[in-house]
Every structure is written in C-alpha cells, then in structure tokens.
Design a protein around this ligand. Structure first.
Ligand code: SAH
Ligand code: SF4
Ligand code: F3S
Length: 448
C-alpha cells in the first residue's frame, strides 16, 4: 500500500463538534495509503482539508475567510511551481457545496460527511471537473464500512462515532440537513473499533452521535446495551457519550449510570430553554417538566452525577418571561458546566422564517446574564472538589516542567506534578485548588 514517492503533506483544520474531530482522523487514515502524512505547517502542505461547521452563521462565515487566506498561500506555492489541493469537508460542504465552488474558485474539491471514503477517488479524478469534485450524498453505512481506522494513533482518550444524523428537526437547527437521517453503526463494528483502541493504549472512549442516545443496534439493543458490552473490554476503563436528547433518555440508560462502573458520572443533556412555550416552538418534543424528571431520575440512579447542557437565547418570540424561566431552570438544576449560544438564523430552517426575531442587543444582554449564572455554577462545582481525592486519567504534558494534565470523572482538566511515565494511568489526586476551567492537586498514591 505504501508509495515510493516522498510523503505528501496533509494539513487538516477542524471546526465544529467532536464528530468532525473523529471524521478528521478518519480522513487522515483514508489518505495515508496515498502517501499523505499529517503536518502542522499549512504553508508547506500539499493538501489542505477544511473540516467545517454550519451550525451558526459565524462558523460558516469563518470558512470563507479562511479560504481567502488559503487561496493566497496556494497562489504563492503555484509561483514556486508547487501544487496544493484545497478540499472543503464537513457540514458547510454538505449544505453549500455548489456555492463554495462558485464563491471560492481556489477550492479543488468539496466532500460531505458521508463521502469521505471517496476522497482518494475524488483526488485521483483531479481538478475542478464539476460533479466529479463535488460529493455530497447520504450513505452512512458505505462511509463507515469503507473508512479505515489506524491502529497506530497516540493518546489515551479517543472519540468513537456510533450514531450519525438526526430525525428530530428542531426548528432552529441545520444538522438534520447536513448529516442526514439517524443511522446507527452495527455494534459488532463498534466493539471491534473499541478493542483496537484499547489495544493501542486508549483508556477512555467517548461514544459520539448527534443523538447518541437514539442509538439502536442491529438486534434492537439501545445505547445502554452497547455501553455494557464495551465496559467489558479489558483496558477500557472509562466510557462517556455525547450528545444526548431528552426524548431518548430511557430507563435502561438511566439505570446504566447507576450500575456500570466504567460509565463516567457526567451527563451532557441539552435542554435549550426553560420555557415550555419556546420548547414547543423549537419542536424539541419535551417539556421543562419531562426534562427535570429525567434529571431527578438520573440523580437517583447515580447521586454524584454532574449535569451539563446547551442553551439558546433569543429564539424568535422569546419574551423576558421566557428567558427568566430559563434562568429559573438553570438555578434549579445546578450545572457543572454548559454551552450557551445566541440564536443564529439559519437559512432553510423553519425558525428563520418565524416572526418575532430578537434584536442582537437583547440577545447579547441575555447571553451575558445566562453565562454569568452558568459560570457561577461551574466555579461552585469545581470548588466543591477541593479537599477531595479524585481518580484522574493522566493524558499529556502540562505547560510547566514536571506537570501533567489529566481529566477527572467530571471531565474537569486536572493539573498535577507527576512523572511522564504515568501518562495513561488513572491515579488518585488530592484536589487543592479550583478555578472556572480546571483543578489543581497533588498525587495521592500512598493513600490509594
Ligand atoms: N444534537 C445535539 C447538538 C446539536 S448542535 C442536541 O440535540 O442537543 C449543538 C448545539 O448548538 C445545540 O444544542 C444548540 O444549543 C446549538 N445550536 C444549534 N442550532 C443553533 C442555532 N441556529 N443558533 C444557535 N445555537 C444553535
Ligand atoms: Fe439539531 Fe435538534 Fe437534532 Fe440536536 S436534536 S441535532 S438540536 S435538530
Ligand atoms: Fe457543526 Fe456539523 Fe457538528 S454543523 S456542530 S460540525 S454536526
């Protein structure tokens, strides 16, 4: 499979969610047999892949400004007699394929999330023969069957996509249009991939899906069944999953949180708003009450579970009272962390055409108030770890000599002094300090 020509340099820039991170790794794997090796230096790359995100307007616009910069690099390289291929992948590629080719002629090929296995063929077919260089279809099974997974990666944590796509059609969201219908990979393929990851030293795996808890295997088993199966793999000590939807948070998955030791006590469960009127307009398919009931049940199954979520402020028609209801919900749940966004009007989605679009200034003010409250909760949660000894998976070097960085069960970054040989170990760390974004502590091996 190796080529005799010198290695070609591949530069990948990834935007968006963890599924894009996973996909970027697969893109590197599928291009490796063509002689492409990853580089950090964009200027000298032979091929550039922009793996893009379409979720908010800003994310999309970023793609076009980055392409402008890449065009200049490509022109400079051409003067030196070097060829450089520019490929756009990801959700913008899926949503705006044709438009990208028109707006930025320096782009050689556009490839949607379901067509990465076709990259070698697209590259071979060459340059800008429209149609050949534009691949944006929905064949998730073909994608996963044909994409290799390298066995020589490094790192003690890994993402593993188990489900892709979304059938929920929240009225604000582009994902059902960019990632297609819900599709679950066969559990046999997932288990094989997880075993390969464990064999190369991965200790923690995060199962990914746009609606990961809608996962259903070929025999009708849900995410809980899959998690129990993966938890048996020797060496795989920690399992996480993201992102889940309240509608698919079933009793089986909730009990797994109380029973499967490897399943980390952390649940990212986006609720978006605390107003039932808005949840309905968003087509979320759940109410604040049903969401709060889930939180209560999950906490009953696993007392120390930490909750995080996503929120949108300034959805069309959001009144002060709706926003206050969101703040009330946040106060009631007490989050360990959360992401919050200003509503962004996405062309083609139902909410974009709704009346009552909210002023930018109002969105700004609401976002600030919500983020202040969420930060306060996150700081309080982190501070609550001071004085405790927590198991930390040591992942990499820190900024200071002799310092390593790891993760607590709650996904908090933890800094501590430890020898490099401990990378990949799960060690007890006595937490002595906390900030908004991380914890600091000392190895507590003697008390282990
Ligand atoms: N499938 C997941 C995540 C989808 S995208 C879920 O259902 O929760 C991640 C987050 O981006 C969403 O949870 C939502 O909070 C935010 N988001 C999606 N579309 C948006 C839009 N048009 N404007 C602002 N935020 C948006
Ligand atoms: Fe988007 Fe809603 Fe699907 Fe999540 S559940 S991906 S927010 S449409
Ligand atoms: Fe963005 Fe696509 Fe992920 S729109 S959030 S990269 S699914």
């Amino acid at each position: 499979m190796t080529t005799s020509t010198p290695p070609r340099r591949l530069f990948i820039k990834t935007h968006g969610c963890q599924m894009n991170v996973y996909d970027s790794e697969r893109i590197a794997d599928v291009l490796a047999p063509l002689g492409y090796r990853l580089t950090d230096d964009v200027e000298s790359a032979d091929m550039i892949v922009l793996n893009t995100c379409h979720i908010r307007e800003k994310a999309t616009e970023k793609v076009y400004s980055e392409l402008g910069r890449l065009k200049a690099i490509k022109a400079r390289r051409a003067e030196e007699g070097d060829k450089m291929i520019i490929a756009v992948a990801g959700c913008v590629a899926q949503a705006e394929g044709e438009e990208i080719m028109i707006r930025q002629p320096a782009v050689d090929l556009v490839v949607g999330p379901q067509s990465y296995h076709r990259l070698p063929e697209l590259i071979a077919k060459g340059h800008r023969a429209r149609g050949d260089s534009l691949a944006a279809d929905f064949e998730p099974q073909a994608k996963f069957d044909a994409l290799p997974v390298s066995h020589d990666g490094t790192g003690v944590t890994a993402f593993l996509t188990v489900q892709e796509g979304c059938d929920k059609f929240c009225t604000f969201c582009v994902v059902p249009y960019t990632r297609g219908a819900e599709y679950s990979r066969p559990s046999t393929a997932i288990e094989a991939e997880a075993r390969a990851l464990a064999a190369r030293g991965v200790r923690e795996v995060t199962l990914l899906g746009q609606n990961v808890n809608a996962y259903v295997d070929q025999d009708g088993g849900g995410l809980a069944v899959l998690i129990r199966r993966l938890a048996k793999i020797p060496g795989l000590d920690r399992i996480r999953y993201t992102t889940s939807h309240p509608r698919d948070m079933n009793a089986e998955l909730i009990s797994a949180h109380g029973e499967v030791e490897a399943l980390m006590p952390f649940l990212h469960l986006p609720v978006q708003s605390g107003s039932d009127r808005l949840l309905k307009a968003m087509n979320r398919g759940h109410t604040t009450e049903s969401y709060l009931r889930i939180i209560e049940e999950v906490r009953a199954a696993r007392r120390d579970i930490a909750i995080s979520g996503d929120f949108i402020v300034g959805f069309p028609g959001e009144r002060d009272s709706d926003f206050e209801a969101t703040l009330d919900l946040v106060r009631e749940v007490r989050h360990a962390g959360a992401f919050s966004f200003k509503y962004s009007r996405r062309p083609g989605t139902p909410a974009a055409a709704m009346g009552g679009q909210i002023d930018e200034a109002v969105k700004d003010e609401r976002l600030q108030r919500l983020q202040a409250l969420l930060s306060e909760q996150q700081s309080a949660f982190n501070a609550s770890q001071i004085g405790r000894t927590v198991p930390v998976l040591l992942e990499r070097h820190g900024r200071h000599p002799g310092q390593l960085i790891g993760r607590s069960p709650y996904l908090q970054g933890v800094h501590c002094s430890a020898p490099e040989a401990m990378i990949g170990a799960i060690v007890p760390v006595a937490i002595s300090a906390a900030s908004l974004n991380s914890l600091t502590g000392e190895l507590a091996l003697e008390t282990a």
